[in-house]
Design a protein around this ligand. Structure first.
Ligand code: ADP
Ligand code: MG
Length: 240
């Protein structure tokens, strides 16, 4: 996968044209995932420090393990994967390499996105929104979580809500919509500092978790920020 070496390859040539016409391709998803992985590797000590305040101090280490593995593995993957297959591969990889609650939860995010994307050859902004919505629903199903429980959902849910508002009623371009979603994730993340954890290992600490941002909310914010940096620029729905 990746853009280099695709000259003379008809399938990749077609992919690039489609990208220009406003659709996300696996190579765009790859840039997103690798950007996210690099951020996690850089910030993993901070993420574990957040987890130390209320949980078991391993969120950064769990995520770093999985993301280092992804950074190694993804560039060698089959160049002809469909977008949904790429997302599924990422999800399965995370389930097996991250560990902890977050391995299952991040796996769910990507596997639910994969299921929603199905066998589409490309992802337009509306399908991307649906994929993010099903990822958020997946966290609710899997984590039995709601807003205010001080988890990653408190950052993911508002980000997805804002993405919907921006893309559909406001008809904003994907780039601006993703930037607004990233800001909503950051705000959601910051509100978790005022919450008391009710889910996961942090819930044992109860009041001790107050005053500190939830580590999963911090990492999922990086996922949305990475999407804003990488996916918005690939798609030109400005004209639609
Ligand atoms: P573990 O809790 O197994 O040590 P991590 O430390 O890697 O796993 O991940 C902790 C993060 O996972 C929390 O900060 C929270 O955001 C998220 N989390 C834990 N349990 C749940 C849950 N039931 N629903 C949603 N998110 C959860
Ligand atoms: Mg932990």
């Amino acid at each position: 996968m990746g853009r280099s070496g695709s000259h003379g390859n008809t399938a990749m040539g077609a992919m690039r044209m489609t990208t220009m016409n406003g659709q996300l391709m696996p190579e765009d998803l790859e840039r997103w995932v690798l950007d996210f992985a690099a951020q996690i590797v850089e910030q993993h000590v901070m993420l574990s420090d957040l987890d130390a305040a209320s949980g078991d101090a391993d969120h950064g280490a769990n995520m770093e393990r999985g993301m280092s593995a992804l950074l190694q593995a993804v560039p060698g993957w089959d160049r002809q994967l469909l977008p949904g297959d790429f997302l599924k591969e990422i999800g399965m990889h995370l389930v097996s390499s991250v560990g902890g609650s977050s391995g299952a939860l991040y796996g769910t995010i990507f596997l639910r996105m994969a299921r929603t994307v199905g066998d589409a050859c490309a992802i337009d902004p509306e399908l991307l929104l649906q994929a993010f919505e099903s990822a958020a629903e997946g966290i609710v199903d899997r984590g039995k979580v709601k807003r205010g429980d001080k988890t990653m959902y408190d950052a993911l849910a508002p980000a997805v809500e804002v993405l919907r508002e921006q893309l559909l009623p406001a008809r904003q371009p994907l780039s601006a919509s993703l930037r607004a979603a990233a800001e909503a994730a950051q705000t959601g993340r910051d509100t978790t500092a005022d919450m008391v954890a009710r889910k996961g290992k942090s819930s044992y600490a109860r009041e001790n978790s107050r005053g500190v941002v939830d580590p999963g909310a911090a990492s999922v914010t990086m996922l949305i920020q990475a999407a804003a940096r990488t996916l918005g620029n690939s798609v030109t729905n400005e004209a639609s």
